[in-house]
Design a protein around this ligand. Structure first.
Ligand code: FAD
Length: 496
């Protein structure tokens, strides 16, 4: 075996999986067909759940230094810069330390991940290595790699396919993609504005009086992403013409600007999901497994969250801790469920409302959203949903979903010591005891008063996995019950 895990693709999914594996002490080889890393930004937002994971792995501060951290996100009217909608992440500061959205170009996210991965020493990054084939047997996976005109074979017990939307591995394994096309096109461009002098001007603007969506976001100094939906009757050539583009820029910046378009592309919006995320010893991660509409800004975030779910399971499987097949089956069940919930619910709704060509629908959606968000409860709910904190795994063999808290991310509440749960947990599995629980000598993080939304009747013990998910709620706990629940949560691994 050349490494415990071979990761194909050094995008956000592959790099974060390498970082997650290193956090659990597992070595990996990451292969990427490109010689250099991309400088074109696709994703520009890192949501709270993703940031929480990267903090667990020691990359949070470096990533925040690379971007602009927004505790409150205001979407403004392009005409007069007045806020149309505001999402106040500070409303969830009781369950999330330092909440907010991080605006950072994807190339910086990848750079930070790469630096952390290489600094850790547990990962070997091989650029200019294209995977051209794969086969597996009962003990491992062979990966055919073309590099400098030669093809060589590497072998590992597990392989992660992080090779993006056109995954050759998904193709080679014959895993079909299900999904649909929205029948909506959008022009997405990056604009470098040389004459921009007000760094404090609103970062997110929407031209509401246009027939479709016209949106701009500053994701780096003087650098904007512009997204515009294309009217159904307009052909592709007109949609991407200089003339149409200039009109869009004038409308969204509300004046003539000087600068240059560094990137412009016409996209068809669709959502796709692989029928299986696991085949034997190979797992699909990130865009290789699922593609969503860009409306929710979730693709890269979901890729990193896939990696968080998979990293500890691979680490346990490699260490012979728990049933490897069950651990991988749970990755498949959990991530397919969450991606379906995410793509088919939030991103789908946002796509239909924000990209809808009917101005009335879009305006009504905006007005309705703004009214709802005046209520603190709705702000909290929205912050959790947009922040990707509210998903729940219920269809997993490792989750005892009888209690409504099981399958959810643990709220990062403040403990009596003043620390937060996640600071104490440090990205590792643990027991969290609420009330005067009888632990029979087991160690646990003690929570004095549980949030109401946990709906627990103390004393209870929560079994929390390394990815911060509550696997089980043990009611009226004792040592034997906790040990049995732990074994189920960790695919047979005993509590030590
Ligand atoms: C215009 C646009 C805007 C977006 N905006 C957002 C956003 O705001 N928020 C968000 O969360 N997401 C956004 N996304 C989605 C996001 O960019 C992707 O979801 C994310 O890049 C997925 O990461 P990944 O690592 O799975 O795949 P990729 O980033 O595609 O990385 C795949 C890697 O695999 C390598 N590779 C491919 N084939 C092989 C092979 N055969 N052998 C070796 N290496 C190989 C590639 O070179 C590449 O480095 C956007 C996407 C686009 C196109």
């Amino acid at each position: 075996m050349d490494a415990p895990v071979i990761i194909v693709g050094a995008g956000p999914a592959g790099l974060s999986l390498a970082l997650g594996l290193a956090h659990h002490g597992v070595r990996s080889i990451v292969l990427d067909k490109e010689d250099a890393t991309s400088t074109h930004s696709r994703a520009f937002g890192v949501w709270p759940r993703t940031l929480e994971i990267l903090r667990d792995w020691g990359a949070g501060d470096a990533l925040c230094d690379a971007g602009t951290f927004l505790p409150i996100v205001a979407v403004c009217d392009a005409k007069n810069a007045r806020p149309l909608l505001t999402i106040d992440f500070t409303t969830i500061s009781d369950i999330f330390a330092n909440p907010g959205a991080l605006i950072v170009p994807q190339y910086d996210t990848e750079r930070v991940l790469r630096e952390r991965v290489l600094a850790g020493g547990a990962c070997e990054l091989r650029l200019g290595c294209e995977v051209v084939g794969i086969d597996q047997d009962a003990d491992g996976v062979n990966v055919q790699v073309r590099s400098g005109g030669n093809v060589a074979t590497l072998r590992a017990p597990y392989v992660a396919a992080c090779d993006g939307a056109s995954s050759v591995i998904r193709e080679a394994l014959g895993i079909p993609l299900d999904g649909m096309n929205y029948g909506i096109r959008a022009v997405i461009s990056d604009e470098q504005l040389e004459d921009e002098d007000d760094a404090n001007a609103p970062m997110i603007r929407v031209a509401v009086d246009r027939p479709g969506l016209l949106f701009a976001l500053r994701f780096a100094p003087k650098t904007w992403r512009v997204i515009a939906s294309v009217p159904a009757g307009m052909d592709d050539a007109t949609a991407t013409s200089e003339e149409e583009h200039a009109k869009r820029l004038r409308a969204v910046f509300n004046c003539e600007r000087h600068g240059r378009t560094t990137h412009k592309n016409l996209f068809q919006l669709h959502r796709r999901r692989a029928q299986r995320f696991v085949e034997g010893r190979v797992a699909l991660v990130g865009d290789a497994a699922h593609l969503g509409s860009p409306a929710g800004g979730e693709g890269m975030n979901a890729a990193i969250q896939d990696a968080a779910n998979l990293a500890w399971k691979l680490a346990y499987a490699i260490a012979g801790r728990g049933d490897a097949a069950l651990l991988l089956a749970s990755y498949d069940a959990e991530r397919r469920q969450i991606i379906a919930d995410m793509n088919d619910a939030l991103a789908d709704r946002l796509t239909k409302v924000t990209m809808s060509m009917r101005q009335l629908v879009r305006k009504a959606g905006l007005r309705f959203g703004a009214r709802m968000l005046r209520e603190r409860g709705m702000q909290r709910k929205t912050s959790r949903a947009i922040g990707m904190l509210s998903g729940r795994y219920t269809k997993s063999p490792l989750i005892d979903s009888r209690h409504p808290l099981a399958g959810r991310r643990i709220d990062d509440v403040t403990l009596a010591s003043g620390s937060r749960i996640n600071q104490v947990r440090g990205g590792k599995a643990c027991l969290v005891a609420v009330g005067d629980a009888n632990l029979g000598g087991l160690r646990a993080i003690r929570v004095i008063a549980a949030p109401k939304r946990w709906v627990v009747k103390p004393p209870v013990v929560l079994i929390v996995r390394p990815d911060g998910v509550v696997a089980t709620v043990v009611e009226k706990p004792n040592r034997a019950k906790i040990e049995a629940a732990w074994q189920r949560a960790f695919a047979g691994e005993k509590l030590s």
